[in-house]
Design a protein around this ligand. Sequence first.
Ligand code: NAD
Length: 595
Amino acid sequence: MLTSVELSGRELGMIKLMADFFVEKPELTAKIESYTTAYYALMTTYSENFGIPTEDAWKTFEELEKKLDGAKDIRVEAPSPIKKWYSLSTEEINMIRVLIDYFSENPKMTPTSSFIANRSESIIEAYKWFFGTTEGNGEYARESFNNLMEKIQAATSIKLDTLAPVVATPNPYEAVLQLLQLAAKKLNLDPGLHEMLKRPMRTLIVNIPITMDDGSIQVFTGYRVQYNDLLGPTKGGIRYHPELTLDEVIALSAWMTFKTAVTGLPLGGGKGGIRCNPKEMSQNELERLTRGYARAMVRFIGPHRDVPAPDVYTDAQTMAWIMDEYSEMVGYNVFGVVTGKPVHVGGSLGRNEATSRGVMYTVIEAAEHLGIKLKGSTVAVQGYGNVGYHAARLLNEIGCKIIAVSDSKGGIYNPKGFDPMKALEHKNRTGSVVDFEDCKNITNEELLEVECDILVPSALENQITKANADKIKAKIVAEGANGPTTPEADEILFKNGIFVIPDILANSGGVIVSYFEQVQNQMNYYWPEDEVREKLKNTITKAFKDVLAISQQYNVNMRVAAYMSAVKRVTDAMLTRKHKTVSPIPEPKAAVQSK
Ligand code: NAD
């Protein structure tokens, strides 16, 4: 399928550097001429200019090559004050392909292999080689090439529509399958049931055209995946992210299936999202997009079918828009179509901090099990959004010392501890926790490796990998985020004696209170916050104890134990409801007895 992709900062930097090579910047020319191949010149110069290892430069180039190869449309954003997006002509897109090939490790354009001689001319030659002769003596091609170089050099951003598959690396869906495999083996699961659990039950892909504030129309791709509904209506958040992929949504929906199961909720698992960059969109644009998504989903979601909730870069306001649009469509108020709503329009007290409160309850249980005194123990939190901030605040309230936190722009560290609320005020004022008083700025990578008792990854997937798992010093890792640890890293943490409270358990507080919100919506009767907290504590503590017992009984880590518990519940439901997937063979009618 056609996917809209915005080039990353690194990719944009690389393509600009390629353009610079061709406009004969004197400082670059001397440098390039000292290398034997264009590929080597590009990789070395790029890695020096951007201060990154050459290995990363190759990867950036490969990724760029893949995206541009499948590109059907490329748009460049002109800088301020124009700030407009321009589509490149077919000729210009082809020129970019030639440019990429010119710098590739094994360029196909043999007639122009001597790149030092005359770079612009060699590109025109290569263009002819690939795409046939240009008009006249090549003046036209030369002109369009020069125009293209100017556009690329000035571009503040480049977007493209590509047919190449866009997959995150590592792919979180692969991680789900690996974990499922481990649990299936331990449970000696029937291969057919295992097959069923590997795939989502239903997937919807929608393309939503939106009028932007500048009057242009942009089309955004949205997903909703209902992974499994054997235990009840599917449930799971909606994520807005520029790099969202279908596989990521599938992985998240599988995690939701196992999360609702491990906590014993009468719900299945689903997830959704839109590939968009909410940071670059106005509130009005986000509202139009969200309402468009709700309209596209109207036959697919509902209180008894599939109930979305907030996730990364969506919030209570997003849910209120979906609830309102859905209610408009069906003709009456349906508060229960989404959870995580503002309290005055059907939300539950305590939902906002529920995920983090659940993290806190599981940390209390883990600390007790390990004999760690929580008062005075040190905490590092990656990600300072809904989950990260409230986790820091709540752990601080029970006596832990917050020594490091981070957001997408970087992190802060003070071994003596700091006030998490003041750090949030600083973030709200400046846009980031970075540069907070009395703290040293650190990178997100450094944050994960700080000396601390409890580490709470609360940002995105794949943060603890086999590359850094050995450097994690925490005694407890409580996964606020979904999928922050890769399966390879998991083994390393287990081997190093680090107690991991897996995502499907640690961050299940959000879905538990979402479930309470659904129940309250259906009753149209709302509970006081103390009652919500008490019920949350009981539910998540019981789930923790169940998982710990399995991990001790089978001598497996907490993650495998959590999957075993969840898989067993889902497959037990499957076997009880067998008709769901096994078509019943009609009994032959008994022959009518003649009297
Ligand atoms: P959010 O949008 O409120 O916050 C995300 C935070 O992560 C922001 O502070 C952002 O700056 C930071 N971030 C983004 N990229 C980062 C990076 N590369 N390094 C460090 N920080 C980065 O989102 P949220 O609701 O807090 O969700 C965070 C995680 O928790 C996600 O994995 C989500 O799926 C999971 N989760 C959320 C809930 C919930 O109820 N909100 C429930 C369960 C799980």
